[in-house]
Design a protein around this ligand. Sequence first.
Ligand code: AMP
Ligand code: ZN
Length: 463
Amino acid sequence: MVEIRLTNSKTRRKEVFEPIDPSNVRMYVCGPTVYDRAHLGNARPVVVFDMLNRLLRHVYGDDHVTYVRNFTDVDDKINATALSRKEAGATGTLEDLIAERTEETIGWYHADMDALGTLRPNHEPRATGYIGQMVAMIEGLIAKGHAYEAEGHVLFSVGSYPEYGALSGRSVEDMIAGARVEVAPYKRDPMDFVLWKPSSDDLPGWDSPWGRGRPGWHIECSAMADELLGAEFDIHGGGIDLQFPHHENEIAQSCCAHPEGGFARVWLHNEMLQVEGKKMSKSLGNFFTVRDLLDQGVPGEVIRFVFLGTHYRKPMDWTEKKRAEAEATLRKWYDLAGGAPEGEVGGSVIAALADDLNTSQAIAECHKLAASDGSGLKATLRFLGLMGDDVPDWVDSGTVDLSAQAEALAAAREEAMASKDFSRVDAMKADLVAAGVEVRMSKAGVELVPGPGFDPSKLQGLT
Ligand code: AMP
Ligand code: ZN
């Protein structure tokens, strides 16, 4: 069996992955808050953990992996969006408008993430479907002395859990200094965080032993993971921005509610997609959505390829250069894969992924497959989520025709053979290479292939 190694944020080490139960490998990933279209940064964890899901399925079998990714559908931003629509004259109750908004957003999310070649998880629980489990978990925490009620709120008592902060390796003092910890009169300690809060009459709420209210964000993941994966499971993933406080809080809640469990054994965090050195985020306003790119004609496979080019633990930028290179490489591979022997998923590609999801190495291995007889390339591209059953449609529609340039170059070469003056041939070659075209000249003729970095605009004016 292939040995998978993963960098566990909890131990800060690369470890051999040993599932609790190889017949049911279990993974939970924090999903989106569904109030708006996903931006490109939001898509990064989706692609990263899709790759891990695919690897686990390859190694342990399709029916032996349970992948859960939630939808957070209880949130102030969702309420605010619905409220502003109501104020703008939309008909229906606020509850209807909230339901409409979440439904619509989940539909967009599915369409956008499907376009990136990501497989749907086995379970996509919505927080609103698990309120009963959240209430039960909170009651258990109160009973064990880990939580307390104050003015309609229930708070987790951070002081009751000495291991708090172990995941991010921070001291409580650092956490208070570094985070915008909300100070509230009903908190015994500024670090304590909300498990349950009251809802005003005009906002969604559920009955509970503490009055009508709604859950805090962190308890949602703890309750859904427990219900669907049990008190102990293999992998928990999400972006590094969630490590503190969200994941620390999930651990505190789950480990205190189920001390027999231990919650997730391996924690994986993807680094951020950046724009000029800053995290892409809605609040900074420096974002564009996955849909924006798709609408501009950037194929999902190209977006996915660009993501795979950077290791998940490194920050990355989206650049036009990467897009162009990804497209040129994929065109070349699709062309090769069409005529190559079927073969199997490349073992070297699996080995690269098994080494802490080294996706850029996996791409390097694909280049090697492509450079040999292309055998296995098709199966590998399918496995990597870069191709469905067939080559994607966009490949044909935008194929560049370099035959005119190839003919001109062949004619120039013929003249040069007679005149022994190759300067014009060399200049033409240099122009083509500068435009990112690979020039192959042999006795049989001239072949021009768009290479990585191919830029059709640079061909204009060349003869
Ligand atoms: P949110 O809806 O903001 O809670 O984010 C959903 C997921 O996207 C979480 O796993 C975040 O860690 C992740 N995420 C948000 N912004 C970025 C970014 N710029 N780069 C990578 N991941 C991100
Ligand atoms: Zn979560």
